[in-house]
Design a protein. Structure first.
Length: 337
């Protein structure tokens, strides 16, 4: 157990919630890009819509506690909880926030999830070496980097093909009306899954901080006030929007119809709900990007602007090492103070 004065603990929790807010701000595009790009909702309506469902995930987690496995993975499945210190948490959060701010300014849809994972691994390794790394949890997360966009793409393509066959005899007008409704429903499901998976990452950070400082005894469980605070913070962040990234996600990768928007959101939400059940801190950014590419490819491969997609993939590749490096640097900075 590591002694930490209560004011410093409160300050560190505030930093964690600031990261959660920034996560929502940075990832707002994930949930609303398709409804904005297809003009199903106006931008202001879309961010309000997404923010409400981000927060609604709190009530879903109360009804189904098994959906909180992601918090356990972040809190004790990447770095051994017994070697975590407040300095490790500080380094992890600052490393992740630094990378989020850089990519947000540049309009790059990188992963807030993997920025946090990178920051945690970097700071944890700087403190305890590689012996502190929980390789099974890290390997599971690394595999998800590849699988989440790939499966999202495949699911979106299959949904596109399946619904095209179902509506093969429908008139253009009736099909368009149906897909507008389905797109709104799938977007709500995606916002719900996004809030569920992403807010838990901050919950895991705060919970392991409470554990390491002796403020949490017994089983490693997320306190209700922590869950409520994290869902509220990510919802408020989403409400603030992330307009540069929305442009990249919603229109620069490929032009979307209502049918494609529905398929992308539906494929992404299925993927993320499945990851939450398995306790995998999957990247919602990776998943929806893959789903959008899949929906575009189902129409025709040339509809996707592959140059933009390649730039997005490059950002993914460097997110983990960049945030890990910054996380380690800020951990070492705390040792000098």
């Amino acid at each position: 157990m590591h002694d930490l004065a209560l004011p410093l603990l409160i300050g560190l929790i505030a930093v964690a919630l600031a990261f959660d807010f920034l996560n929502g701000l940075h990832d707002a595009a994930n949930a609303i890009a398709t409804v904005v790009a297809t003009r199903l909702l106006a931008p202001v309506q879309a961010v309000l819509f997404a923010a409400v469902f981000n927060f609604a995930a709190y009530f879903l987690s109360i009804a189904f506690p098994s959906l909180h496995k992601v918090a356990e993975t972040i809190g004790q499945g990447l770095i051994d909880r017994d070697v975590v210190t407040p300095a490790v948490i500080f380094g992890a959060l600052v490393g992740a926030m630094f990378w989020n701010v850089v990519t947000w300014i540049k309009g790059i849809p990188s992963s807030s999830s993997h920025a946090l994972v990178g920051g945690l691994i970097g700071a944890g390794t700087a403190h305890a070496g590689f012996n502190g790394v929980q390789w099974s949890g890290l390997n599971k997360t690394l595999i998800a980097i590849v699988l989440s966009p790939t499966l999202g793409m495949i699911l979106a393509m299959l949904i596109m093909l399946g619904t095209s066959w179902i509506f093969r005899n429908a008139t253009s007008r009736s099909a368009e009306g149906a897909f507008r409704i389905l797109h709104l429903i799938s977007s709500a499901a995606y916002s719900l899954s996004h809030g569920l998976n992403d807010a838990q990452k901050t919950m895991g950070i705060i919970t392991v901080l409470l554990y390491s400082t002796g403020y949490l005894n017994g089983a490693f469980e997320v306190p209700h006030w922590v869950a409520f605070s994290c869902y509220a913070a990510i919802g408020l962040g989403t409400l603030s929007g992330g307009w540069k990234i929305i442009e990249t996600m919603g229109s620069r990768i490929t032009k979307l119809s209502q049918h494609q928007g529905f398929s992308a959101s539906a494929g992404g939400s299925i993927m993320i709900f499945g990851a939450s059940l398995m306790g995998i801190p999957v990247s919602t950014t990776h998943t929806i990007t893959g789903s959008i590419i899949g929906a575009g490819t189902a129409r025709r491969a040339s509809a996707v602007r592959w140059g933009v997609a390649q730039n997005v993939v490059l950002a993914w590749v460097i997110t983990l090492p960049a945030s890990a490096t910054v996380g380690a640097l800020f951990y070492w900075l705390t040792r000098l103070v």
